[in-house]
Design a protein around this ligand. Structure first.
Ligand code: 5GP
Length: 201
């Protein structure tokens, strides 16, 4: 539901790679039209059919650096060696001005930073596979990475799991349909909460 009231809330989904986060985010966007997807900026090149302004704003490394120096990002991270990802202030403002709640698909550190920034106006959700072994099997089945790259992703996931306690809610993605229902329930309960004092300022 789109309305004319300016919003100031955000919903954050973070997860180690291969945990099914993007599937969940897409599902929620299809279900609730008062959620607006935050299109991140990145310095990586587009993959496959990705379009500028749809999946990402694709920036050159120089422009990305310039925007950092101009304080245009709410947060940014070097998610992979030499590849930057960040959320532009203008993107969050655009979605709030439409009266929508911002939905983030973001890495674990970025998710924690956004939660710190938005406090009670943020719902932060951590998605994880039932175990690192199952995560490894899923990455093998996906078939997009070399065995070395898979081990790197699993190592990174092990490290990222240590940040789980910093999130408001943890959902284990064992059976996808159950996980989607839990994500819906969690999101709905946050969206139905009356806006906080901070919002009304
Ligand atoms: P990919 O290159 O596969 O699209 O994304 C790589 C990772 O970067 C994913 O975990 C994704 O959630 C994360 N990511 C996407 N946008 C942002 C962002 O704006 N900030 C941060 N910190 N991470 C992001």
């Amino acid at each position: 539901m789109k309305n004319n009231k300016r919003e100031s809330r955000v919903v954050i989904f973070s997860a180690p790679s291969g945990s099914g986060k993007s599937t969940i985010v897409k599902h929620l966007l299809g279900k609730y039209n008062n959620l607006g997807f935050s299109v991140s900026a990145t310095s990586r090149a587009p993959r496959g059919s990705e379009q500028d302004g749809k999946e990402y704003y694709f920036l050159t490394p120089d422009l990305f650096r310039k925007y950092i120096s101009e304080d245009k990002f709410v947060e940014y991270e070097e998610v992979y060696d030499g590849l930057f990802y960040g959320t532009l202030r203008s993107e969050v403002e655009r979605i709030w001005n439409e009266g929508r709640v911002v939905l983030f698909d973001i890495d674990v550190k970025g998710g924690l930073n956004l939660k710190k920034l938005y406090g009670d106006n943020a719902l932060s959700v951590f998605i994880k596979a039932p175990s690192l072994e199952i995560l490894r099997e899923r990455l093998v089945k996906r078939g997009t990475d070399t065995p070395e790259a898979i081990e790197k992703r699993v190592d990174k996931a092990r490290y990222e799991l240590s940040f789980e306690p910093g999130f408001d809610k943890v959902i284990v993605n064992d059976i996808l349909s159950d996980c989607l229902l839990e994500a819906e329930k969690t999101t709905e309960s946050f969206l139905s909460r009356s806006t906080t004092k901070q919002t009304l300022k």
